[in-house]
Write a new protein. Structure first.
Length: 234
């Protein structure tokens, strides 16, 4: 028997509060960024300046909601929800600061990722890289907590475990993007999305994924959101 809408509403109100507040903030940012696409004609690397904040708001919002749901599955024991509350708070904080820096650079009309144009821009990107490491570590801690416990449905247990492991692998792909091999002193770039071709405007609509070389954003995106897709499929 499917749960009623009212019972579901009561359930999600009890989910991890910092992550739920983060998800609401991302929903608000998505609306704001969508409006920015209409009223702000500036571009960065050929793309509308508010496109990246919109994509980050949608992606992080879905991920934050998924993490809050996962933590709600933990038992009330000491190694369950109390530990999950601390880990989820760290995930929410690092994620919020990461997206905030993306928005900050968009408001300035400059690129947020791999930007070495000035010492300040490089410091912003390096801070984002450190926060990305914090997000990965917090996500790994959530995965460890969740993997230690089974949910009643075996198929859902398998989907959650596979989704978490694939998500961690997909998120880790972000680190080679900023690796030394991807640095280009000629363009003051501290990394790149593409392997085998320079990052350039164009690519697939909306995503901007390269049509000329291997684009690390593809496995990064698909891996990160396996956490949402697999529980729906299985």
């Amino acid at each position: 028997m499917l749960p009623s809408i009212s019972s579901f509403a009561v359930a999600w109100r009890q989910w991890h509060r910092p992550l739920m507040l983060f998800t609401v903030a991302m929903a608000a940012l998505a609306v704001f960024s969508a409006a920015g696409l209409v009223v702000d004609g500036r571009t960065v690397n050929g793309d509308p300046v508010w496109l990246k904040p919109l994509k980050f708001a949608l992606s992080f919002g879905v991920y934050g909601l998924s993490a809050a749901w996962l933590l709600s599955l933990l038992p009330a024991s000491r190694t369950g929800r109390p530990a999950g509350a601390r880990t989820g708070a760290a995930l929410a904080l690092c994620s919020f600061l990461e997206v905030a820096l993306v928005v900050f650079q968009a408001a300035r009309g400059t690129r947020s990722h791999f930007n070495g144009d000035t010492a300040f821009d490089a410091a912003v990107f390096n801070t984002m890289a450190a926060l990305a490491g914090g997000i990965w570590l917090a996500s790994a801690a959530v995965a460890v907590l969740v993997l230690r416990h089974r949910v009643p449905d075996p198929a859902l247990t398998l989907a959650i475990r596979a989704g978490l492991l694939i998500a961690l692998a997909g998120m880790a792909i972000a680190f080679p993007m900023g690796g030394g091999a991807q640095h280009d002193p000629a363009t003051a770039s501290l990394g790149a999305h593409t392997v085998g071709a320079p990052d350039s405007p164009g690519g697939l609509p909306v995503t901007g994924w390269s049509l000329e070389g291997g684009d690390l954003r593809v496995p990064h995106f698909l891996g990160m959101h396996a956490l949402q897709l697999l529980p729906l499929v299985l």
